[in-house]
Design a protein around this ligand. Structure first.
Ligand code: ZN
Length: 368
């Protein structure tokens, strides 16, 4: 067995934007024996469950419950590709684990690159009401499946760091079951899986793995599944330096999926090593994408400010990849904030038809 996990990417999927129809046809053609249609989205797009493995540890996972969070979809495709190139590892994993993976639970949102479904509902907050066909499908599969674990797979914004300097490229959470965040047996099981995977990942990604806030969300999927007996883990793919297309993040997300599944197979419900979970740094959010420092505005009195800019991801009509629109998010003294990129504008000119940058609007100035 090779010592380190060797990563291969699926070259059919090079963009962050994944077209639901293309993904569907790829899965049906490439994996006809593994894929079944499990229902339709609000707008009638098919939703697919991919099943693999014969192990006694039964795992359910789903990606793109939020349509504009595609890294887990891509990482799962890459995991299959990586394992294809390492059959020893592949056989060992699928002998221990049986995985049902719902690719793109929210194909309508995915088609438009929006978080919510076609009715504007956040599926991750729809567990109790189950007003969306997508959540109804997920709940039915959970009820029928007798799973040991679930993986709730997401992306997080670029704002999170682990230590105030390094980006939180991956974040994990063992969700709470109550407002007191009690360490229940199920939370310990979840923490143990995360901690074991983290020990395998942390040297490859030093200071870039965080743990997400364990505040209890009464309507959230993970919290409610914990309450109802399904041990689950939230995974968030985040920022890597100069990597807005998340090519690096996708690689680490693939490794994370692999190590989480291996840990589930090894632990099979035991909470061995859960204490190490608390050694993972908590996510902090101090960063924005870009800060212009010391910008002298075109006022008739002396006025020097910092300007924070965050990139908004958009899918233009007919495009096959997302684009990034710089949006002004704050103006003033941003001494307490950091930018992944910072530009010192001392001695430079603020060129704009306006006197001030407009908040929550695309950047309306140039710096020269
Ligand atoms: Zn999400």
């Amino acid at each position: 067995m090779k010592h380190v996990f060797e990563y291969f990417t699926n070259v059919k999927f090079n963009n962050r934007y994944v077209d639901p129809a293309f993904l569907a046809s790829y899965l049906v053609e490439r994996y006809p024996d593994n894929v079944v249609e499990v229902g339709n989205s609000l707008e009638g797009r098919p939703i697919y469950k991919f099943s693999i493995g014969t192990g006694k540890t039964k795992v359910l996972a789903w990606s793109q419950m939020h349509g504009n969070e595609s890294t887990a979809t891509l990482a799962m495709l890459d995991l299959l590709e990586s394992l294809r190139n390492d059959t020893v590892r592949e056989e060992r994993l699928w002998r221990a684990v049986s995985l049902d993976f719902i690719f793109m639970l929210n194909p309508d949102g995915s088609a438009r690159w929006t978080r919510r479904n076609a009715a504007g509902i956040d599926i991750n907050r729809d567990f109790l009401m189950a007003a969306t066909p997508e959540m109804q499908i997920l709940k039915r599969i959970v009820a029928d499946g007798n799973y040991d674990y679930a993986l709730n797979l997401h992306d997080q914004r670029t704002i999170f760091t682990t230590d105030g300097h390094s980006p939180a490229t991956l974040s994990f959470l063992a969700p709470s079951q109550d407002a007191e965040r009690t360490l229940t047996p199920r939370r310990k099981q979840s923490m143990a899986v995360i901690a074991n995977a983290w020990l395998q990942l942390k040297d490859a990604l030093p200071k870039r793995i965080g743990r997400y806030t364990d505040e209890f969300y009464p309507t959230a999927t993970g919290d409610n599944l914990m309450l109802r007996g399904l041990t689950n883990i939230l995974v968030e793919g985040g920022h890597s330096p100069d990597d807005y297309h998340r090519v690096q993040t996708r690689r680490y997300y693939t490794m994370a999926l692999y190590h989480l599944l291996v840990s589930m197979g090894l632990l099979h419900g035991r909470d061995y090593g859960y204490e190490n979970y608390f050694d993972i740094p908590e996510n902090r959010s101090k960063h924005v994408d870009l800060i212009y420092r010391n910008v002298k505005l075109n006022t008739d009195f002396p006025c020097v400010v910092d300007v924070a800019v965050q990139y908004r991801e958009e899918l233009e009509e007919g495009a096959d990849e997302i684009s990034f629109v710089p949006i002004v998010t704050e103006v003033g003294d941003l001494g307490a904030k950091k930018g992944w990129k910072e530009v010192d504008c001392t001695g430079l000119r603020f060129v704009s038809e306006k006197t001030y940058p407009k908040i929550d609007a695309p950047v309306n100035f140039r710096i020269e």
